[in-house]
Design a protein around this ligand. Structure first.
Ligand code: ATP
Ligand code: MG
Length: 445
């Protein structure tokens, strides 16, 4: 993309309404525009990152054997009357009447609807295990929408639902989700710690939240510092192997890590004192095992091997897709702007032309731009007629991990400069070497 042909409405001033850094940078980098409290338009740069995050979520869900579908945002109230949650949910639920005076709602989550789909089409244990998920907009009329996309009213969530014949199979589905989530967050450059949580309105007793440590997080967290060193890395996981999947979950949940709702002072005190940490975290996902809570009230049953009919065992599992943009920025920025991890960056590299209009410099930039595209990469070429300082400031703000700087002085020696946004370190090399280096970096991403 050439910047002169893009739509990147960056702001020079710090927006007064933004209290935390991710919100401030998302507004300044022209990623989002607020349309009403907690409701945003996703401008091109923000939309690009949102799509990349969504893509990683899809890939990891499909890798775990989960099946994508798409349910609507609007739901009939009657489904929620069946489960008993229509009255329980309270003011967070946006209730709507259609022209026939039928009660509708904008879905805050989809347990009821997925259970309805299941009971309409599945009858036998032979069709299990089954996990269906979608990535769809949700609406929750939060009392206090704030911090930009972190606590919106309309937000994008991945929500998945497992259906299993018995408790053991359902617990395996729970564990499978935990491992797939760990992988998902790691690919986004995040450390998200699974913490034992309280279940809230969804119900059930087996639940973990995934928290990204950040001083601006809304949850108070208590943890053994050693949990922050745990990494999945690139080990191969066989998601059908119950023992392997469980062993990974045990590895990630044995050390103490809890939110304030489940915090246990006595257990915490057993952690060696120098590793005992109290901090704040951003909830980027949550998994629940709730058994037959919905299947019983809504009549979702299966015939088992011995011919009896039982309510299906279920769980639900959510990732805050749009909230993740904020969480990633909270975890990865400096005083000049965002620092995107390679896994989610909106463009793979920026090209800065220091002397727009100079024939040789323009030609060198065009060649680098074409070479990066030929390698399947997506570069952003700052071809504006602007001073170098302004171009650098924009690149630093929007946070592309790699920048190629091209000017007449370097070109006289056949060299350009490759700069890492994260370390700030620059290296001079030929344009070909810079292109190869960038391509190599993204090979493993
Ligand atoms: P919170 O405690 O932050 O209100 P929740 O526990 O009610 O969230 P879940 O029902 O677990 O939310 O939803 C799954 C995920 O969706 C959460 O882990 C979070 O990342 C995201 N999420 C929930 N509410 C919002 C919101 N208002 N804005 C953006 N993302 C949200
Ligand atoms: Mg939650």
């Amino acid at each position: 993309m050439r910047l002169t042909r893009y739509f990147l409405p960056v702001l020079k001033e710090n927006p007064a309404e933004a209290q935390i850094v991710s919100h401030r940078y998302m507004l300044r980098a022209g990623m989002i525009k607020q349309q009403a409290a907690g409701i945003y338009s996703w401008l091109p740069l923000g939309f690009k990152v949102l799509k990349r995050i969504e893509q990683i979520v899809h890939e990891e869900q499909i890798r775990a054997g989960h099946i994508p579908l798409l349910m609507p945002t609007l739901q009939p109230a009657d489904l929620w009357r069946e489960s008993g949650r229509y009255d329980d949910y309270g003011q967070e639920m946006l209730r709507i009447k259609d022209r026939h005076e039928r009660d509708m709602l904008y879905g805050p989550t989809n347990e009821e609807m997925i259970t309805d789909i299941f009971r309409s089409h599945v009858n036998s244990y032979k069709d299990l295990p089954l996990t269906l998920y979608h990535i769809q907009w949700k609406f929750r009329d939060e009392v206090r929408p704030r911090f930009g996309v972190m606590r919106g009213r309309e937000f994008l969530m991945k929500d998945g639902y497992n259906f299993d014949v018995d408790r053991d199979a359902a617990l395996h589905a729970y564990n499978r989700h935990m491992v797939s989530y760990l992988r998902t967050y790691e690919r986004m450059g995040l450390t998200a710690i699974p913490m034992r949580a309280a279940s809230g309105p969804i119900g059930g007793d087996n639940t973990h939240e995934f928290l990204v440590l950040a001083s601006t997080g809304e949850s108070e967290v208590f943890y053994d510092d050693a949990v922050t060193d745990l990494k999945l890395g690139n080990r191969t996981v066989d998601y059908d192997d119950r023992d392997q999947v469980k062993a990974i979950c045990d590895e990630f949940t044995t050390l103490y890590a809890r939110t304030d709702e489940t915090h246990d002072e006595a257990l915490f005190n057993a952690v060696p004192e120098d590793r005992r940490k109290v901090g704040r975290g951003i909830e980027v996902g949550q998994i629940f095992y709730f058994g037959t809570k919905y299947s019983e009230s809504m009549g979702a049953t299966v015939v088992t091997a011995d011919g009896s009919r039982v309510p299906v065992e279920m769980g639900s599992h959510g990732i805050g897709v749009s909230r993740l943009l904020g969480a990633i920025i909270e975890a990865s920025h400096d005083d000049k702007g965002i620092i995107w991890p390679e896994g989610v960056t909106p463009f793979h590299a920026g090209i800065v032309n220091l002397k727009q209009g100079d024939a040789a410099t323009d030609a060198a930039c065009e060649a680098i731009y074409a070479a990066l595209k030929a390698k399947g990469l997506d570069p952003l070429y700052d071809d504006r007629d602007e001073r170098a300082g302004a171009k650098f400031a924009t690149m630093d703000l929007i946070g592309l991990p790699w920048r190629v700087t091209v000017g007449p002085r370097g070109l006289a020696n056949g060299l350009v400069e490759l700069t890492s946004r994260r370390t700030g370190e620059s290296e001079e090399m030929t344009a070909e070497a810079a292109v190869d280096r960038i391509a190599q970096i993204y090979e493993g991403v």
